[in-house]
Design a protein around this ligand. Sequence first.
Ligand code: BGC
Length: 401
Amino acid sequence: MVNAHAPVFPDGFLWGASTAAHQVEGNNVGSDFWQAENHGTGDLADRSGDACDSYHRWPEDLDIVRDLGLNAYRFSIEWARVVPAPGHPSRAMLDHYRRMIEGCAERGLTPVVTLHHFTSPAWLRAEGGWTSEAAISHFTAYVRAVLPILDGVPWVCTINEPNMVAMMVTRRANGMGHADPSFVTPDPGMTAALSRAHAEARELLASVPGLRSGWTVANQNVQDHGAGPDRTAEMSYLIDDQYLDVAKGDDFVGVQAYSRLRAGRQGVIAPGPADRRTMIGWEYYPLGLEDAVRHTAARLGGSTPLLVTENGIATGDDGERIEYTREALTGLARAMADGVDVRGYLHWSLLDNYEWGSWEPTFGLVAVDRTTFRRTVKPSARWLGQLTQSPAAALGQGGAA
Ligand code: BGC
């Protein structure tokens, strides 16, 4: 029974923004993605280069988050920096990330820390990658190295979007581009490796008092648009639900939602000219967040708390970002009023950052000058910061108590 008088967004709800190391830090030279950008097949339009120089400018980024009135920041630790050579973790890099964690605390921000956000050390790829014999022990050695700096971190995401990582393997194997809308089955070997890495990491992380760990799933929101219930359920299982099932019993699960996937009679119905689309080509579908949290809670049986670790829109029109986010949060409030246990909302992204091969799609609440690295806070950032002061009022009926 829902308590009609309880505020939908409870005290302590996390309101923040997210980033990932490779997309903002710059010069992540030891990572596999850097290798692909600079020594790969040449199919990536842009290189990350200096990115947003957040490796040096993270204090400024944290100041912005605090000054907006947000209370949380999600960022990732870069495995390739912490372990530049297998067996030889870098003390200086661990100190760097520890300073970031302390920097959050000094500003009253809750850190949400991701251990693996798409990139791995180039040396791991050279050794055969994630499905090689030693990959899991390499990953657990990395997790062991970071354990001492995680003191005081309440939320740790082990692996970001394992489903997307495993789908990427299939795409690569079939020479399919990043934006190809066809349905792809995630690589089973990669799925098994990441699931094992996640479980072993969680076991190690359990030794840190007060730390909750989970992984984040890119919720695709597979919807039946002619495929029929059986095929829709099968598609949903392959790309979402098998990863949600792994999260059963975890301390939380991260929900990441941007749009939806329409399952048609002939396969995926790609958004066409008649559909409203975002800068990255995805269908404009802000209700995806509400669908995703409801779906995730239903799949997990309601026992695992949810944290929205990513939601946002690539757009050059900041007014559209506000429109999208308002609709997404109104839907989130509706789901929470119905009893879905959500502990926070972290917008993707704090900064206009490197979108995995391209600088074009802008997801940021804050613009970054590509030459001077000067940050310019967008109206959407101020709007979100203000909303969080009194969300129920800002969202009207949908967010009201
Ligand atoms: C990823 C981010 C990415 C965002 C937008 C998520 O899949 O975690 O790294 O930038 O979506 O594509």
